[in-house]
Design a protein around this ligand. Structure first.
Ligand code: PLP
Length: 394
């Protein structure tokens, strides 16, 4: 695009955003703001009034019950953040130092970091432009090429490393195509671990994300659809895994009236009661948040229908997404305008952000194994997230 065309497209995008978001003329509109319109104050105050702010208190149990109920997972274990949830999920999936774990190149850095915390090596795979999640067909073909079966499992022929797990991520809340991924995991003896950090309230064929793998991680960071300030959860249907998750995230302390006895190296990953209290109040409002986010999507759909050069990302056919972050995809021909668009929209007080850099473009992961990443690379240059807070759709 010529500089003039880029400016024109930016102005069209700003006009469409203003049309969908009336009353934002003089205000700054953040990318994603939390909404506190329920019992947040009451519950948090109760923690302070009773003194139960930290590692003991009833809200932790309550939030775990609420998460299990909402997602349909049999067990939920509340932890300090989504990254910690992923770390422990991978350990419980049996990931060992030196193993390879397959994950999308287009993700938040925490997915890859959690893999490294276990001592395993991230092995990056490509995504599908229709879902923004792992391309199952491409992954399957790739594994037929690079994997070899040995007596105890499947190995990467090239590196000699054990292939242990696949970690799909539900990008911006849109479910990855999970059933084909489940089949691939079965075929190659891989454990399915879902990074569902962004997809609370998102369903794949009517079933909540995070309930398709052996284990999954949620995040309740301040920018997610529901926040505990900072927090996360581990989901599983397996009682033994759930018990281990609880044990490992509470310093592996053996229950006893007064003795400090620990039977392995655990983690201090438990969610404090104060954060759980905030989260309970937030989870009560999830249905409303989901409604507002869908309403905002529809407003944007209308506003952007006439803008040439970009399209608004729509949930995959099989999915009901939470529309956590609303997403514009630039046409290939408009990719060169991305930075001008980012510059001018932010200048106009409308916060926009590009997608994360591909993990393979970060210094610590540049040398990791990966398949052809052409779709990830193309999308990395064309994604722009636009204001998405729940309040905007109300
Ligand atoms: C937010 C997020 C995480 C990590 O969650 P925190 O609670 O911030 O640690 C992990 N993966 C993805 C894809 C995320 O968006």
């Amino acid at each position: 695009m010529t500089p003039n065309q880029s400016t024109q497209l930016s102005n069209d995008i700003i006009a469409a955003l203003r049309k969908a978001l009336p009353n934002t003329d003089n205000a700054f509109t953040p990318l994603h703001e939390p909404t506190f319109r329920g019992n947040e104050w009451t519950y948090v105050k109760e923690c302070i009034d009773t003194g139960w702010v930290s590692s003991v208190g009833s809200y932790v149990t309550r939030i775990e019950e609420m998460i299990a109920e909402i997602t349909g997972a049999k067990y939920a274990v509340a932890v300090v953040n989504g990254t910690a949830a992923l770390h422990v999920a991978l350990l419980l999936a049996g990931v060992m130092p030196g193993d390879e774990v397959l994950l999308p190149a287009l993700t938040f850095v925490a997915t890859a970091n959690a893999v490294r915390y276990t001592g395993a090596v991230p092995h990056f795979v490509d995504i599908d432009s229709a879902t923004l999640g792992v391309d199952a067909r491409k992954l399957g073909n790739y594994l037929y090429e690079i994997a070899e079966r040995r007596s105890d499992g499947w190995y990467n022929k090239g590196t000699g490393a054990r292939l242990r797990a696949v970690v799909p991520m539900h990008t911006f809340g849109h479910p990855a195509d999970l059933e084909p991924l489940q089949r691939i995991c079965e075929r190659f003896g891989l454990v399915l671990v879902e990074d569902a950090a962004e997809s609370l309230g998102s369903y794949y064929k009517g079933k909540h994300t995070g309930t398709f793998g052996t284990i999954a991680a949620l995040s309740f960071n301040g920018n997610k659809i529901v926040t505990t300030g900072g927090g996360g959860a581990i989901l599983t249907d397996d009682q033994a895994i759930a018990r281990r998750a609880k044990h490992l995230t509470t310093t592996a302390k053996l229950p006893h009236a007064w003795e400090y006895s620990h039977d392995e190296i655990g983690f201090n990953y438990r969610m404090p009661n104060l954060n759980a209290a905030l989260g309970c109040a937030q989870l009560e409002q999830l249905p409303r948040f989901l409604e507002s986010k869908r309403a905002l999507y529809l407003k944007y759909e209308q506003a952007f229908s006439a803008v040439e050069g970009v399209s608004l990302f729509k949930e995959p056919e099989y999915a009901s997404s939470n529309y956590w972050l609303q997403t514009l995809i630039l046409d290939e021909s408009a990719a060169s305008a991305r930075d001008v668009i980012l510059e001018l929209t932010n200048q106009a007080g409308l916060m926009t952000r590009p997608a994360w850099k591909l993990m393979t473009h970060l210094p610590m992961y540049a040398g990791c194994p990966s398949m052809d990443l052409s779709v990830s690379r193309s999308l990395e240059a064309r994604i722009i997230n636009i204001p998405s807070g729940s309040a905007l759709g109300a």
